[in-house]
Design a protein around this ligand. Structure first.
Ligand code: H2U
Ligand code: ZN
Length: 351
């Protein structure tokens, strides 16, 4: 037993992710050197409003040979190179002890957030972001109604460093016959918590974060964005509704408007942090669409941005993290503080 008083800003420690059961190693002593405040600028990303060579712009031909309509707001299409196919074997396809496999079926779609090639979500008008929220909802309803689809994963992969192939603002949907790994881990933890405490895990967690305040980033009447206690990525955030809502289609009209507004504010802060269009993978986690009751589920979005110190210095998940355990230096509290200091006026809005 140690007699040294634990100081979370000084002593290396492990934090438990209560949402998925994983752990993260935090090494706060390595950030004691003062922040230089230096921002390495990248050349401005000046894109045209319409790019004749972009496969997502209105009216253009896609790589698969299909043509996009001259869409005025959002546009959803079946991915021409889908990772999942609608027809095929499902469930166990072999019972060998060493060579286990399950057939997986599903649907993959692409959502164009805007006809404008030059915009990103934080640069869009709140009313246009609201349209994206409605598309997310419509897609979960439509795909989730298919009895062969048990999970609808909505996500956005943004920025070349994330492997995103096209800067045209877009997201994706992969809807599958099984519940994928990450939502399955969250399902298990949330289920166990409700059984133990009688209240949904993330509602109690949000109440604790609101009482503490250290990790809060932005709030409005219906939503809270925070850096989770167990964050792995340097500026990781989680976006939570204040009310118990199990999936996107459960959001009220007011909650959808408030969501569009807080997305713009959060993503503007992200862009302002290193004065760059902030890369990330984001996605929604809501209840499975397997036709069962999921009172333990609370809807939330995760934002996983890789940037660490500037527009060009990213965190690598290598070495110890691949072999042993994810690790971070800057604490979730320090990251929240940095994001709280950011302006909500986009750095490019005056240019
Ligand atoms: P990113 O979000 O990682 O850039 O991927 C874009 C998706 O768009 C990718 O899954 C699809 C790719 O298969 N796509 C089409 O469906 N049609 C095309 O013409 C090009 C890209
Ligand atoms: Zn385009």
């Amino acid at each position: 037993m140690t007699t040294i008083q634990f100081d979370p800003t000084e002593h290396p420690h492990r934090r438990r992710n209560v949402l998925n059961g994983d752990w993260v190693l935090v090494s706060p002593h390595r950030t004691k050197r003062p922040w230089q405040g230096q921002v390495e600028r990248t050349p401005p990303d000046d894109r045209p409003a319409y790019d004749p060579k972009c496969y997502l712009c209105p009216g253009n031909e896609r790589a698969g040979g299909r043509q996009n309509p001259p869409y005025p707001s959002t546009f959803v299409f079946d991915n021409d190179f889908a990772a999942l196919l609608a027809d095929g074997p499902r469930g166990p396809v072999g019972d060998d002890a060493f060579f286990q496999a399950e057939g997986e079926t599903g649907v993959c779609r692409v959502i164009c957030f805007s006809p404008r090639h030059d915009l990103t979500l934080p640069q869009m008008a709140v009313a246009d972001i609201r349209r994206v929220v409605d598309v997310w909802s419509e897609q979960v309803v439509e795909l989730g109604a298919n009895p062969a689809i048990h999970y609808v994963q909505l996500f956005e992969n943004k920025g070349a460093v994330m492997g995103c192939s096209n800067p045209h603002p877009h997201g994706q949907i992969w809807a599958s016959s099984s519940v994928p790994l990450e939502p399955a881990k969250e399902d298990e933890q949330q289920r166990a918590y409700l059984a133990r405490k009688g209240t949904p895990l993330l509602l109690d967690y949000l109440a604790a974060e609101l009482a503490n305040g250290e990790r809060l980033v932005v709030e409005n009447e219906h939503w809270v964005a925070l850096t989770p206690y167990w964050a792995v990525w340097p500026f990781e955030t989680m976006l939570l509704p204040r009310r118990h809502v199990r999936s996107v289609p459960g959001l009220s009209n007011d909650e959808r408007n408030a969501l569009a507004a807080i997305l713009k504010r959060l993503l503007t802060r992200y862009d302002n942090l290193f004065e760059t269009s902030f890369p990330y993978s984001m996605g929604w986690h809501g209840q499975p669409t397997d036709g069962k009751e999921h009172p333990h589920w609370q809807l939330h979005a995760h934002f996983y941005p890789p940037l660490l110190r500037s527009a060009t210095v990213k965190k690598f998940m290598v070495g110890y993290e691949m072999l042993a355990n994810p690790q971070r230096d800057i604490t979730a509290e320090q990251a929240a503080d940095r994001l709280r200091q950011m302006s909500e006026v986009h750095y490019r809005s005056g240019s």
